[in-house]
Write a protein that binds this ligand. Structure first.
Ligand code: ATP
Length: 134
């Protein structure tokens, strides 16, 4: 089986590295599926789960936006924050989700809705990844 090397990198350091059969990610332009030998490209990502098909299994990494870069020999995902399921604190994500929902319901002028919406997306994405949902 052909594979491609994948690295998920954040400002805090590398989060995931493996040789995989396929990388799937949610780009701003829609769903992307990258197989070994894909042409070079760069795509901005949405908040979402990156799916990595490895030896027939699918592994998930929660990614808070960023960029996906395809080069001939490897795929790099550069994100402000990214976590594999085992590194996600479920309680923290539930709290973040609750906080964001409260802010979105508040209908107060000082609330930055765009920011609250993004925080909500990050929290839901983390919870989905811990539940193996994508
Ligand atoms: P919170 O409000 O809980 O901080 P957030 O979505 O605002 O959540 P980010 O700004 O996306 O947090 O991330 C800040 C740092 O904290 C990153 O290093 C990220 O990986 C980590 N992080 C955020 N939420 C969690 C979580 N639920 N479990 C583990 N790490 C997390």
């Amino acid at each position: 089986m052909k594979t491609v090397k994948v690295n998920v990198v954040t400002p805090d350091g590398p989060v995931y590295e493996a040789d995989v059969e396929m990388v799937s990610a949610k780009a701003q332009s829609g769903e992307l599926g990258i197989l070994p030998g894909h042409i070079p490209m760069v795509a901005p990502l949405q908040v979402g789960a990156v799916r990595l098909k490895k030896e027939g299994n699918t592994e998930l990494v929660a990614v808070s936006g960023g960029f996906l870069e395809v080069r001939p020999d490897q795929v790099t995902i550069l994100a402000q924050a990214a976590e594999t399921a085992e590194h996600i604190d479920v309680h923290r994500a539930q709290q973040a989700k609750h906080r964001a929902e409260q802010r979105l319901q508040a209908k107060q002028e000082h609330v930055d809705f765009k920011r609250a919406e993004l925080a909500l997306k990050r929290a839901i994405n983390r919870l989905n990844v811990t539940q193996n949902k994508y």
